[in-house]
Design a protein. Structure first.
Length: 229
């Protein structure tokens, strides 16, 4: 069984400390191409979370039965099978979103973070821990791609949740700026993704440096009993 302390550590590591987009810089192709809107980044990340969590769980269950010499091909085969399930399920039940995400759903199998977490964590830990590790690494990708896509969408088109009707029929995007807003084209092009990503990385580094400086700040000594106040 997994303890609450282990769960918090796995969550912190995946969602923040070893964030796949802001720290490890993995999966840059979908990060740059599919974050033109918040919905696109969110849905691609959700598909990745399912693959990472289930592949980690399956590998952890079977790790003692997989010969060490052929572990990498077996890991890839397991992940590819799960990607196929997600791909076909999305094509059947969310066809409009499937058409938007296109080739990037099958390409989840080529995302380095999937195989990296299987090899580094799932192959050495229990099923529940591996399930949480895959899910929380995906959560790190989820909030990063969603935030990146939301910022780019607002600046580039003046809207938020563009494409939500492909996920939940009947809903419409929020128009944050007047309809005659011309948009800022570079924001929804790959250079805009690089620029916004750079600001997010800088913000994360600044925030961690500020926390580290605060922790190193000496604590004032308590006043002695009977002293002046």
């Amino acid at each position: 069984m997994i303890t609450w302390t282990e769960t918090k550590e796995i969550f912190y590591n995946g969602a923040w400390k070893q964030n796949s987009s802001l720290v490890q810089m993995l999966g840059m192709c979908p990060l740059l191409a599919m974050t033109t809107s918040l919905v696109n980044g969110f849905m691609l990340s959700m598909a990745t979370i399912i693959v990472m969590a289930l592949s980690g769980f399956v590998v952890a269950c079977l790790r003692n039965f997989i010969p060490h010499e052929i572990r990498i091909p077996v890991f890839i085969m397991i992940a590819a099978a799960l990607v196929t399930v997600v791909d076909l399920s999305m094509a059947a039940y969310m066809h409009d979103m499937y058409n938007i995400l296109g080739i990037f759903i099958p390409l989840i199998i080529t995302n380095c973070i999937v195989l990296a977490r299987i090899e580094a964590f799932a192959a050495k830990n229990g099923p529940i821990q591996s399930l949480f590790d895959g899910a929380f690494m995906g959560v790190g990708m989820l909030w990063t791609l969603s935030l990146l896509g939301g910022i780019r969408e607002i600046i580039g088109a003046g809207t938020l949740f563009s494409g939500i009707e492909a996920v939940i029929p009947g809903l419409q995007a929020l128009q944050l700026f007047p309809k005659d807003y011309p948009g800022f084209l570079v924001s929804i092009l790959p250079p805009g993704a690089f620029i916004v990503l750079a600001f997010l990385v800088a913000w994360k580094n600044w925030y961690e440096a500020r926390l580290a400086a605060r922790e190193q700040r000496p604590t004032p000594a308590p006043l002695a009993a009977g002293g002046c106040h």
